[in-house]
Write a protein that binds this ligand. Structure first.
Ligand code: ADP
Ligand code: MG
Length: 582
């Protein structure tokens, strides 16, 4: 519990001062909670003495005290406000800062990070997990630290009047602390399990929403819901089990507090009955003890939430520790764009995919990569864009190893068009402008015209301002593809990578897309993972990849002459243009 509080305090950074100031206010707040009760007891005592006739009551004195009590209550309200003001917003500030940091980290990590961290885990980390820190972090610190400050202050006040009652309260707090420790250990053990269930639930929801079109197409509503329902049920079962796990320790904790309360009532009542304690003092003791035990109960609740926050922070810190791919990269400006792969090997986790690959791509030429599905074509492109770092060998552009460059300066030089286009839930205009955030309106429209998009965009309800639905659902496959090409045209990078850019498009659209591609690659160094015969034939160089190795390399004519795997591919393609080599 205290370890988590220390961690949260560390996260507060510059806000630490405000947090500590809040603790100081808390101390005054607890004194201002105790003093009015003590004052009220004093006045009651005076009234009783007056009624007994043993002491004459001075009304002026009572009025002074009551005025003082009102001042104390107002003072209490003021400190309560000051404490809230100094601490309340800290949770929101630290989480906003951390969320931005995680967002930046996600941009910099290698794609391998996403292979081992599913979308659910990341989504829950930045949303629900953070909201624990955001909404409860400060409140829980408040419950614990301020709770202990108040408890100690109250016990000291009690000791001032009656050390026996103070000792009973102290014993109750001590006993409950033992069970609190037990509770804390259980929370510690359960929190990661709770989070895992939550991650799977969010991952299943994301998967379900993404797959809805396919689910509908195959009318498999019942089948597909199984996964999501299973995840929800599992989360419910785990949460119920966790809650049940807390019951014994929680009951013992509460029992110890109730036991201490009863002991306080009995002791105070006995002393009052024997005349050793005035009735108002007895009432004051009872109020103090109830305040103390109330605080200890809040500390108990806080302990539970703090363990969840601790597991959350573990998870978030793991994300923050992720390997940055360009940690040594410098901002470099390239002046030439010859590409060279030198003995490049690469493995996804344990699976060797690229095996000692060497080839050169001269500047402003077109290289087509062909080969069977799964042979490593996309991986070659991913390595060039440094989505992953090579395991062995090196890749250079213009003579510079790409590991010397920051990802920003590398990717400034590369435009990529994939088979699966991702469009943001934003306007058509912004989706194209994404290629070059500094571009003006005219440049965006110019790029759209070159990519054969302008015509269909003008027919959309809001033209360039039409918001594209999630995953681009309001546009056809070909239209989405052309928008992604317009984006690349606007970027105007010197190296263009086309990964099966036209593979899933119908012939009529393919013609238009081909036109768009022609505008895109003019004067550029192009790597295309092609499935169209014409593209392959016209390439300056063709690399035939099989099982992560280059098995043939040369121009179309040379390779046809060589025969082997390339000729086999080509004859299949000739027979069935439209069938993809990829
Ligand atoms: P191609 O583009 O030629 O179809 P890829 O480069 O996509 O082939 O994939 C090459 C091999 O690497 C395949 O066996 C594929 O299953 C595997 N692979 C691709 N991406 C990943 C990944 N993120 N994690 C693990 N294996 C992968
Ligand atoms: Mg591929």
């Amino acid at each position: 519990m205290f370890k988590t509080i220390k961690r949260i305090i560390k996260w507060t950074g510059e806000d630490k001062k405000r947090l500590y100031l809040g603790f100081v206010y808390s101390f005054f707040l607890s004194i201002l909670t105790a003093l009015p009760v003590m004052g009220a007891a004093y006045v009651l005592n005076l009234i009783i003495l007056d009624m007994n006739g043993s002491q004459q009551l001075s009304m002026d004195w009572v009025l002074y005290i009551l005025a003082f009590l009102i001042l104390l209550v107002l003072g209490r309200a003021l400190f309560s406000y000051l404490r809230a003001k100094s601490q309340e917003s800290i949770g929101y500030e630290i989480t906003a800062k951390e969320r931005i940091e995680i967002g930046n980290i996600l941009k910099k990590v290698s794609l391998g990070f996403f292979d081992s961290n599913n979308a659910g885990k990341i989504a829950s980390a930045v949303t629900t997990d953070f909201s624990y820190v955001e909404m409860y972090g400060m409140k829980m610190i408040d419950n614990v630290v301020n709770g202990y400050i108040c408890t100690l202050t109250m016990i000291l006040c009690l000791a001032f009047y009656n050390y026996i009652i103070a000792l009973i309260c102290l014993a109750g707090v001590g006993l409950s602390a033992v069970f609190l420790r037990l509770l804390s250990n259980r929370s510690n053990r359960n929190a990661p399990v709770h989070q895992e269930a939550q991650d799977s639930m969010i991952a299943a929801t994301i998967e379900y929403i993404r797959g809805i079109p396919i689910v509908k197409a195959f009318k498999q509503v019942g089948v597909s819901r199984e996964g999501i329902e299973k995840a929800y049920r599992k989360s419910r079962d785990i949460n119920v089990k966790i809650e049940m796990d807390y019951v014994p320790a929680n009951c013992l904790h509460l029992f110890s507090l109730k036991l201490a309360s009863v002991a306080v009532v009995l002791a105070a009542a006995t002393m009052a009955a024997k005349g050793e304690m005035a009735i108002p003092n007895m009432l004051m003791m009872l109020i103090f003890s109830f305040i103390i035990f109330g605080h200890v109960e809040s500390i108990n609740n806080a302990a539970h939430v703090l363990e969840i926050i601790d597991a959350t922070m573990d998870k978030l810190e793991k994300i923050k520790e992720a390997e940055f791919i360009d940690k040594n990269g410098k901002e470099l400006t390239l002046s030439s764009y010859d590409i060279e792969f030198k003995n490049v090997s690469f493995a996804y986790e344990q699976k060797d995919v690229i095996k000692s690959l060497s080839f050169k791509i001269p500047e402003k030429t077109t290289t087509a990569i062909v080969g069977p599905s799964g042979s490593g074509k996309t991986t070659i492109c991913s390595l060039l864009a440094r989505f992953y770092d090579v395991s062995k060998g090196s890749i250079s552009i213009g003579g510079r190893d790409i590991r010397e460059m920051s990802c920003n300066s590398l990717l400034r030089n590369i435009s990529m068009v994939f088979q699966n286009v991702y469009l943001f839930h934003d306007t058509v205009y912004n989706n194209i402008k994404f290629g070059n955030p500094e571009a003006g309106k005219e440049e965006v429209i110019e790029a759209a015209k070159k990519a054969c998009c302008h015509e269909f965009i003008m027919k959309l309800p809001e033209r360039y301002q039409t918001v594209i639905g999630d995953t681009g659902s309001t546009l056809s496959g070909g239209e989405k593809q052309r928008i992604s090409i317009a984006r690349a045209i606007l970027k105007d990078a010197s190296i263009v990578i086309l990964d099966e850019a036209t593979a899933s498009v119908d012939p009529e659209n393919e013609h238009k897309i081909q036109g768009a591609i022609t505008s895109l690659v003019k004067g550029k160094t192009m790597i295309t993972i092609a499935h169209r015969l014409a593209t392959i034939e016209n390439a300056d160089q063709i690399l035939v990849v099989d099982d992560g190795e280059i098995v043939q390399q040369g121009s179309h004519k040379e390779l046809i002459r060589e025969g082997k795997i390339y000729k086999k591919f080509m004859s299949i393609r000739e027979k069935a243009e439209g069938w993809t080599l990829a």
